[in-house]
Design a protein around this ligand. Structure first.
Ligand SMILES: [Zn+2]
Length: 223
């Protein structure tokens, strides 16, 4: 899943308007941010195998550190805890932790059974939404539209950049999604891993957008 993770990041802004969109994207995408780093370090493995599922040419051989339920829970506590230490805002920390954990749940909906419960764990989870290309596109597009709508309803632009930067981010996300869905498979794992940098770029982009928008109406609270 790709757009779906961004959908929950956008949507979370409504629950905790003072938390930056960059932080929300970082949390929702955290597993996919770690994954390319672990691939390059040789700690996790993927194969490029077109047809693995109709939606993706990737066969996730093993990714126990970035994508097991247990480690996702650990990352959730770590990132939520770090947020709390820096900001002292409990609701924000809880939402950050929940977003990190949501990654595993949403991936479990999309992937074929390849998500471990814990490193080395026998049972692999995955409900296989990716078996249907139209189904995947419909679900993720709907999630993204709702998440974006909630974000737009929860914030307003402070200036022109607050509009342009947001919509440019939306265009880049949708283009990256369609490119992954309908473009050629990556030529090799190294190129795939380096293309994961786009995930980190969107985190920085989220902070940029957020600095040019503010909570709408009376939603602003302190924290
Ligand atoms: Zn993932």
């Amino acid at each position: 899943m790709f757009l779906g993770h961004y959908a929950v990041a956008f949507a979370a802004k409504r629950a905790v308007p003072v938390v930056s969109l960059g932080t929300l994207i970082l949390a929702a995408q955290f597993s996919d941010g770690l994954w390319p780093l672990f691939l390059l370090a040789g700690l996790e493995h993927v194969e490029i195998a077109p047809g693995n599922t109709p939606f993706t040419p990737l066969a996730f051989v093993d990714y126990p550190l970035s994508h097991s339920l247990l480690l996702c829970a650990v990352w959730a506590v770590a990132l939520g805890g770090a947020y709390y230490l820096v900001r002292r805002y409990r609701a924000g920390a809880l939402v950050v932790a929940a977003l990190v954990l949501s990654h595993w749940v949403l991936d479990a909906a999309s992937h074929r059974p390849d998500l471990p419960l814990y490193p080395g764990g026998g049972t692999l989870v995955g409900f296989g939404l990716w078996k249907s290309v139209p189904g995947t596109l419909a679900v993720e597009s709907a999630m993204f539209a709702v998440g974006l709508w909630l974000y737009l309803a929860s914030t307003r632009a402070r200036d022109r950049t607050g509009v342009v930067a947001l919509w440019a981010l939306v265009v880049v996300l949708v283009a990256a999604y369609l490119g992954a869905a309908f473009g050629p498979p990556p030529p090799n794992v190294t190129v795939l891993a380096y293309s994961g940098a786009i995930g980190w770029l969107t985190v920085a982009w989220g902070y940029w957008v957020d600095r040019h928008r503010e909570p709408a109406g009376s939603l602003a609270t302190t924290g």
